[in-house]
Design a protein around this ligand. Structure first.
Ligand code: NAD
Length: 486
C-alpha cells in the first residue's frame, strides 16, 4: 500500500516540505516496517501556517454559516466514501485492527463533520429583555469565532481527534492549524485533502508535522488565539503554562485512570462486556478506559471466572485481518512501559488472572487482568495505556464512591447496576466528566466528552464544543435616552 504522503505539511491548500525540518519516520507497529518518511516543521514553516490561517480566517468567518455547514457535510460524505482507504492507513499508522478502524476512526470523524455541519447554521446568540416593554432596552449576545486555533493530537485516534477538533472550529468560523502526533502523522493530511475537495477555502485548515517542539512553537505563537490539545497530563501542563503568556484559550483532553463500578445486582455478562471494551479496545490505548474495575465482593469470583474465559477468546494478531480483535501497542517505548507495569503489578501483589506477557515477535501484549488489586498499588494509580485491567473489590456504595474518586484524574466512569436510582445517584457523586450507566466508552458525537480534575478543561463534541471555539460578545441596546448622571 502506498503510504508516503505527497509532502509532510499542508499549508494554504498546498502540500509542502520543510528543508530546514528534522527528518522522522512513521512505522507499522505490527512489523516495524517504515511506512513513511517526513520532516518536522521548523519555526519558519509554523510561521507560514499561522500566516495562512490568519489570512484565510476573516473570509471564512464571513462565509454564511449555512455554507460552512454544507462544506462540512460534503467532507463527511467524502470521508465515508473513503472509509476503507482511511481505515487501512490508520491501521498501518497505529497498529489498531482493521475491525476497529473501519467503524471507529474515520467513521467517527465523518459523524463529527456531519454533526457540526448541521449545527453551523443553528448557532445563535440570546436576546435579553432589560425591561420597559416594546420600546425598552435590551441586550443581545453574539457568538463570534475565536480566530486561529492550534489543534494538537494524540496517536491513539489520529483522524478522529483531528476531526473532533476541526469540525466544531470550522463550523464556528475559526481557522485551524493541526499538528498530529509524530507517531501517527498520516491521516490528518487526508482530512486536509478531503476538506479542500469539499470546498473549504485554502488556509482555513492546515497541517504541520513534528513532535513536542513543533507543538510548543504553535502554543507559543502570537498569531494563535487558542490551543486544543489531546494528550497526557504532563503535556497539558506544559501547554497551559505556555499558553498563559498570551492568555490564550485552552481545551485540554488529557489522561485518566477511570473507575468502572459493578454492583452485585448488575447483569454480569453485560458488565464484563463493558469492562473488556473499556480495557482492551485499541490494545487498551484509550484515555477514558475504565482501568480500575471495582466489583462487589458478592459476585467477584463469578465475574473473574467469566472475565478470564472471555478474555482468553480475544484474537490477537495481524491487524489487517478483519477477524483480528487486538493488534500490537503503538511503539517499542509503549510496549516496554506496559510490560514494566505488568511486572510491577505482580511484584506489588496483584493476582494475575490471565495474560501478563508479550505475544509473538511484534509489539503485541496479551490482554491482561489483575485481581486483588488494592488502591495504593502503582497499577491502580498510574495510567498504563495498554491492555491491563485491574479488578478491585468493594462492599459498600459510600466506600466505592470514595475510592473511585481518590485519584488526580477525572475523565470518565461507569456504573453497572439494575437499580436505576442507584445508577443515577452514584454517577452524580463520581468526579468524572463523562459517565456511562450499564455501558462503557461509547462516545456518540452528540454527547459532550472531556474531563474534570487533572483530566482536562473543556469539552469536545455536542453543543458544548461550540463554546470552546467561539467567544461571546454582549451588546447593550438603549432604546430611549441613556440614564446618565452628567
Ligand atoms: P503526549 O502528551 O505525549 O502527546 C500529545 C501531543 O502533544 C502530541 O502531538 C505531541 O507531539 C504534543 N506535545 C508534546 N509535548 C508538547 C508541548 N510541550 N507543547 C505542545 N505540544 C506537545 O500524548 P500521547 O502519548 O500522544 O497520547 C497518549 C496520552 O493522551 C494519554 O495520556 C491519553 O490518556 C491521552 N489522551 C487523551 C484523550 C482525551 O480525549 N482525554 C484522548 C486520547 C489520548
Amino acid at each position: 500500500m502506498e503510504t508516503q504522503p505527497t509532502a509532510s505539511h499542508f499549508i494554504d491548500g498546498t502540500f509542502l516540505e520543510d528543508p530546514e525540518g528534522q527528518d522522522f519516520e512513521s512505522s507499522y507497529p505490527a512489523t516495524g516496517a517504515v511506512i513513511a518518511r517526513l520532516t518536522a516543521a521548523s519555526a519558519a514553516t509554523v510561521d507560514k501556517a499561522v500566516a495562512a490561517a490568519r489570512a484565510a480566517q476573516p473570509g471564512w468567518a464571513a462565509t454564511s454559516p449555512a455554507e460552512r455547514g454544507r462544506i462540512l457535510r460534503r467532507a463527511a460524505d467524502l470521508m465515508r466514501a473513503r472509509n476503507r482507504e482511511l481505515s487501512e492507513l490508520e491501521t498501518l499508522d497505529t497498529g489498531k485492527p482493521l475491525q476497529e478502524t473501519l467503524v471507529a476512526d474515520a467513521a467517527s470523524g465523518a459523524d463529527c463533520l456531519e454533526y457540526f455541519g448541521a449545527l453551523a447554521a443553528g448557532l445563535t446568540g440570546e436576546h435579553i429583555d432589560l425591561g420597559g416593554g416594546p420600546g425598552g432596552s435590551f441586550a443581545y449576545t453574539r457568538r463570534e469565532p475565536l480566530g486561529v486555533c492550534a489543534g494538537i493530537g494524540a496517536w491513539n485516534y489520529p483522524i478522529q481527534v483531528a476531526s473532533w477538533k476541526a469540525a466544531p472550529a470550522l463550523a464556528c468560523g475559526t481557522a485551524m492549524i493541526f499538528k498530529p502526533s509524530e507517531t501517527t502523522p498520516l491521516t490528518a493530511l487526508k482530512l486536509a485533502e478531503i476538506l479542500i475537495e469539499a470546498g473549504l477555502p485554502k488556509g482555513v485548515f492546515n497541517v504541520v508535522q513534528g513532535a513536542g517542539a513543533t507543538g510548543a512553537l504553535l502554543t507559543g505563537h502570537p498569531g494563535v488565539d487558542k490551543v486544543s490539545v489531546t494528550g497526557s497530563v504532563p503535556t497539558g501542563r506544559k501547554v497551559m503554562a505556555a499558553a498563559s503568556d498570551g492568555l490564550k484559550h485552552v481545551t485540554l483532553e488529557l489522561g485518566g485512570k477511570s473507575p468502572i463500578i459493578v454492583f452485585e445486582d448488575a447483569d454480569i455478562e453485560n458488565a464484563i462486556g463493558g469492562a473488556m471494551l473499556g480495557n482492551f479496545y485499541s490494545s487498551g490505548q484509550i484515555c477514558s478506559n475504565g482501568t480500575r474495575v471495582f466489583v462487589h465482593r458478592a459476585i467477584k469470583e463469578r465475574f473473574l471466572e467469566r472475565l478470564k474465559q472471555r478474555t482468553e477468546t480475544i484474537i490477537l494478531g495481524d491487524p489487517m485481518d478483519e477477524n483480528t480483535q487486538m493488534g500490537p501497542v503503538v511503539t517499542r517505548a509503549q510496549f516496554d512501559k506496559v510490560l514494566g507495569y505488568i511486572e510491577t503489578g505482580s511484584s506489588e501483589g496483584g493476582r494475575l488472572v490471565t495474560g501478563g506477557a508479550a505475544s509473538g515477535d511484534g509489539l503485541f501484549v496479551q490482554p491482561t487482568v489483575f485481581a486483588d488489586v488494592t488502591d495504593g498499588m502503582t497499577i491502580a494509580q498510574e495510567e498504563i495505556f495498554g491492555p491491563v485491567m485491574c479488578v478491585l473489590d468493594f462492599e459498600e456504595e459510600d466506600e466505592v464512591v470514595a475510592r473511585a474518586n481518590a485519584t488526580q484524574f477525572g475523565l470518565a466512569a461507569g456504573v453497572f447496576t439494575k437499580d436505576l436510582s442507584r445508577g443515577h445517584r452514584v454517577v452524580g457523586r463520581l468526579e468524572a466528566g463523562t459517565c456511562w450507566i450499564n455501558a462503557y466508552n461509547l462516545t456518540p458525537i452528540e454527547m459532550p466528552f472531556g474531563g474534570v480534575k487533572h483530566s482536562g478543561i473543556g469539552r469536545e463534541n455536542g453543543h458544548a464544543a461550540i463554546q470552546h471555539y467561539t467567544q461571546m460578545k454582549a451588546v447593550y441596546v438603549e432604546m430611549g435616552n441613556v440614564d446618565s448622571p452628567y
